[in-house]
Design a protein around this ligand. Structure first.
Ligand code: HEC
Length: 126
């Protein structure tokens, strides 16, 4: 029954690579309400206690305008951290693990689906 296993594995791979749906993005937007205690989400607002998240997806760490990043984020920038989907996911899962000693006082988001939906939403911010 080799073919059955191959079909199953192919299905899993397709599923993992499935693009975010509008529903995922809407869920991510609702979850990202909690980020707005510190982050603005549009490029034309002044940043708050955290940098703007506009354009964050695909950007180099520590490059949002008008924000005085900590040494931790300047080091992340210097070592070339890029906010890919995977890096954003790791950062939200463990902010201090991904960027040690950074000043984002926010706990880990432990739910995989929550993180994936937040990242799907972040990718819509320009
Ligand atoms: C209590 C305030 C606070 C909250 C809430 C918060 N953050 Fe942050 N965040 C910060 C600060 C401050 C920094 C910059 C830290 C530094 O310079 O060390 C940061 C940095 C970041 C960065 C890196 C930015 C860059 O330019 O490289 C991302 C991505 C990020 N936060 C995403 C989020 C998301 C998504 C949420 C919600 C799930 C969130 N944050 C909630 C304060 C916060």
């Amino acid at each position: 029954m080799q073919w059955k296993r191959a079909t199953f594995v192919t299905g899993l791979v397709l599923c993992a690579a499935a693009p975010a749906t509008a529903q995922d993005v809407a869920r991510g937007q609702a979850l990202a309400d909690q980020c707005q205690a510190c982050h603005t989400l549009t490029a034309d607002e002044e940043p708050g206690p955290g940098p703007t998240l506009a354009g964050i997806a695909g950007a180099k760490a520590g490059t949002r305008p008008n924000f005085d990043y900590s040494d931790a984020f300047q080091a992340a920038n210097a070592r070339g951290v890029i906010w890919t989907d995977a890096a954003l996911n790791r950062f939200l899962a463990d902010p201090q693990g991904e960027v040690p000693r950074n000043k984002m006082a926010f706990p880990a988001i432990t739910n995989d689906a929550d993180r994936a939906d937040i990242v799907a939403y972040l990718k819509t911010l320009r």
